[in-house]
Design a protein around this ligand. Sequence first.
Ligand SMILES: [Zn+2]
Length: 121
Amino acid sequence: MMHSVRDYAPALKRGELLGYHCQSCGREWLTSLNVCPFCSSSKIEDVSLPKKGKILAYTFQNVVPEQLQSKAPYVIAVIELTDKSRIQARIEDYMPSMGNIIGREVGILRGDESGLVFRLS
Ligand SMILES: [Zn+2]
């Protein structure tokens, strides 16, 4: 049985990043969808996604949700996980002195309904 969006936060608390795997093209992704976003196949199964990856691109977020005001501005990054699937997450421990962080390795720190949080490793 497929997991739903409601299963995502409790799984993260157990340290598991729930995702989907397409049996037709072999790609994986995070968001709950009924068909594969790459090949439109409906042969989809649950998987646990890798919890490490590297930063492909990032930007600074200045306008942020109410509950994250104290952390603004923060970094939002597109991360390529070790299985090549791509996700978007907030980067917790970025410092301006680090300069360009494209290509840096990151690991999952936590996540909840508001999104995923990764840190530089
Ligand atoms: Zn597919």
